[in-house]
Ligand binder design. Structure first.
Ligand code: SF4
Length: 243
C-alpha cells in the first residue's frame, strides 16, 4: 500500500499552515479563531487536513501576523483554538501559547495524544484551558493504519487529560473498520468519568489523505447505529454527543 512514511517531526519554530478567522463551533460556547499548525506524526486515512500533514506545506503564516490579527480582534473573539496537524510537535508551542494568553484569550488545543509529556506540561502550566483528544480506535489497534505509536502513550495522555481538572473532550471518528459497538464500548470504559465523548460522523471523499483506503469498502455508520453507540458509551462517560 502506498502509505506515507511518517517522520518524527519536532519543529524548532512554529510552523503555521492556516488560520480560520472565525468559528462558532470549534471552542464550546466561544467565538474563536482557529490556528492550524503544520506537520503531523500520524497518517490517518480519513484525515481532512491532508495539506497540513507533511511538507511541502502550501501555506506558511508568520506567527507575528497571527499575533497582530488577534490583537485587532480582541473585542470580537472569545478564544483561540490551536489544531493541526499535531500542535505538540512544535517546540515553540509554550511560548506561542504565552503570547496568545498575554492578549487575553483562553486556548483550546486539539491533539492526537501522541506526546503525553508535552500535554501534561501545557496543562500544568495553565497554557491550555480546554483540550480535545482524538481516540482513533483502541490504542492497541493504531498500528498500522494510524501510527506505530506505543499504546501506552495514548493511555498516558488519556489519564493526564482526565485528571487535569481542565475542561476536556475525547473524540472518535466513527468509521469502519476502526469503530464498532464493541470498540466504542471499550474506549468509553478507558475514558470512564470523562467530561464529554464526541462520536464524529465520518466524511469520506476524495480530499482525504488516503481515499483509496476506503475504495470498495463499507465504511459508513448510519444515524441509528451512531445513536446505539451513544447509548453504549453513556454508561461510562458523563456526556456523549454525536457531531
Ligand atoms: S487526522 Fe489529525 S492526527 Fe490524523 S493525520 Fe490528520 S492531522 Fe494528523
Amino acid at each position: 500500500m502506498p502509505w506515507r512514511k511518517v517522520v518524527p517531526y519536532n519543529f524548532r519554530k512554529m510552523v503555521i499552515g492556516g488560520i480560520q478567522k472565525t468559528s462558532l463551533i470549534d471552542f464550546p460556547a466561544k467565538i474563536s479563531c482557529v490556528i492550524f499548525t503544520a506537520g503531523c506524526n500520524f497518517d490517518c486515512p480519513y484525515c481532512h487536513n491532508a495539506e497540513l500533514v507533511s511538507p511541502p506545506f502550501t501555506t506558511i503564516i508568520d506567527p507575528e501576523d497571527i499575533f497582530a490579527f488577534l490583537a485587532k480582534r480582541k473585542n470580537l473573539l472569545d478564544g483561540v483554538v490551536i489544531t493541526g496537524g499535531e500542535p505538540t510537535l512544535q517546540q515553540n508551542l509554550p511560548e506561542f501559547c504565552d503570547r496568545i494568553k498575554s492578549l487575553g484569550f483562553p486556548i483550546k488545543m486539539d491533539t492526537n495524544g501522541s506526546r503525553p509529556d508535552i500535554i501534561q506540561s501545557l496543562l500544568e502550566t495553565n497554557r491550555i484551558d480546554y483540550i480535545a483528544m482524538d481516540i482513533k480506535t483502541l490504542p492497541e489497534k493504531y498500528s498500522p493504519s494510524f501510527s506505530n505509536i506505543i499504546p501506552n502513550k495514548i493511555y498516558d495522555s488519556i489519564h493526564i487529560i482526565k485528571n487535569s481538572g481542565k475542561a476536556h473532550e475525547f473524540r472518535t471518528t466513527c468509521v469502519k473498520p476502526f469503530a464498532d459497538d464493541n470498540i466504542i464500548s471499550q474506549i468509553s470504559r478507558i475514558i470512564e468519568g470523562a467530561d464529554l465523548y464526541v462520536l464524529q460522523k465520518a466524511n469520506i471523499d476524495k480530499s482525504i489523505l488516503h481515499p483509496y483506503f476506503f475504495e470498495n469498502r463499507d465504511w459508513n455508520f448510519d444515524m441509528e447505529e451512531l445513536t446505539y453507540f451513544q447509548k453504549t458509551a453513556a454508561a461510562s462517560v458523563k456526556k456523549v454527543s454525536i457531531r
